[in-house]
Design a protein around this ligand. Structure first.
Ligand SMILES: Cc1cc2nc3c(=O)[nH]c(=O)nc-3n(C[C@H](O)[C@H](O)[C@H](O)COP(=O)(O)OP(=O)(O)OC[C@H]3O[C@@H](n4cnc5c(N)ncnc54)[C@H](O)[C@@H]3O)c2cc1C
Length: 232
């Protein structure tokens, strides 16, 4: 109505894939949500650059579980959204070859695949050359190392303010779950839970996996298993 001030229970700042997912889940919970973005439209930040690759090799159990859970959301995208967007967004299952490199050796994430139940095959370089024609199986080293790439999905020191940050590198794939886990975190903290003292264990709806949200806490220790690269 002209002259009427919009009101909301929740303001989400940032209309990328993560903020949008959080807004969707909060709205589903019955909150009145407003999403603000300084850009001209939604998805014009990192989201617009994403290769949209959905992979599962992360350096923590929570990271692997979140990506595995999220891929079921991408597989059933219309079901997840509750709306068929046709060809606008389609998940194409292609398989993924991960190279066994020092920064992210397979020994660091294959046990997590076994724990979570992510299927895989192990190939030697001859098989790799045969199965992926044209690939150069030579060695190129070292990559540039950066800090901890694990995002922060958490409350802040300021009551009522929450963050989903540190996402720019590799979290597109996790968007379907991030909205859900942030909504649970927000609801539980608003209902008095001390997430800093007793981290929430989020029960993933599709896989039934329990994801310890302490892994994404702003107060967590640096993830020493982190590869120091965008692989996480
Ligand atoms: C080249 C590249 C390739 C990638 N490939 C993959 C991939 O294959 N798979 C994968 O899972 N991930 C990938 N990623 C990472 C993925 O794109 C990000 O994890 C994801 O898009 C992050 O989403 P977001 O919503 O957190 O951030 P963004 O999409 O950056 O959204 C943040 C929004 O906040 C807005 N904003 C910021 N500050 C303010 C403010 N003060 N006020 C109002 N609005 C504000 C911005 O305008 C922006 O729209 C890739 C990233 C890049 C750069």
């Amino acid at each position: 109505m002209p002259g009427e001030r919009p009101s909301a229970d929740v303001v989400v700042i940032g209309a990328g894939v993560i903020g949008s997912s959080i807004a969707l889940e909060l709205a589903r919970e019955g909150h009145r949500v407003v999403v603000l973005d300084r850009a001209a439209g939604a998805g014009q930040g990192s989201t617009s650059a994403s290769s949209a690759i959905v992979r599962f090799n992360f350096s923590t159990t929570a990271g692997v579980a979140t990506a595995w859970e999220a891929h079921f959301g991408w597989l059933d995208w219309a079901g997840h959204l509750g709306h068929d967007v046709g060809d606008l967004a389609v998940f194409r299952k292609s398989g993924l070859v991960m190279l066994d490199v020092e920064a992210a050796p397979r020994a660091s994430w294959l046990p997590l695949f076994d724990e979570i139940g992510v299927p895989y095959e192990e190939w030697d370089s001859a098989t790799l050359a045969e199965r992926v024609p044209g690939i150069d199986v030579g060695r190129y080293w070292p990559p540039k190392r950066l800090d901890d790439w694990t995002p922060i999905y958490d409350r802040t020191e300021l009551d009522g303010f929450y963050v989903a940050i540190g996402t720019s590198g590799n979290q597109f794939k996790n968007a379907p779950v991030v909205g859900q886990l942030m909504t649970e975190l927000i609801n539980q903290v608003e209902n008095g839970l001390d997430h800093d003292a007793v981290p929430i264990r989020f029960r993933a709806p599709r896989t039934g996996l329990e994801i310890n949200l302490g892994a994404f806490s702003r107060r967590r220790n640096r993830n020493s298993a982190n590869s120091g690269t965008v692989m996480g």
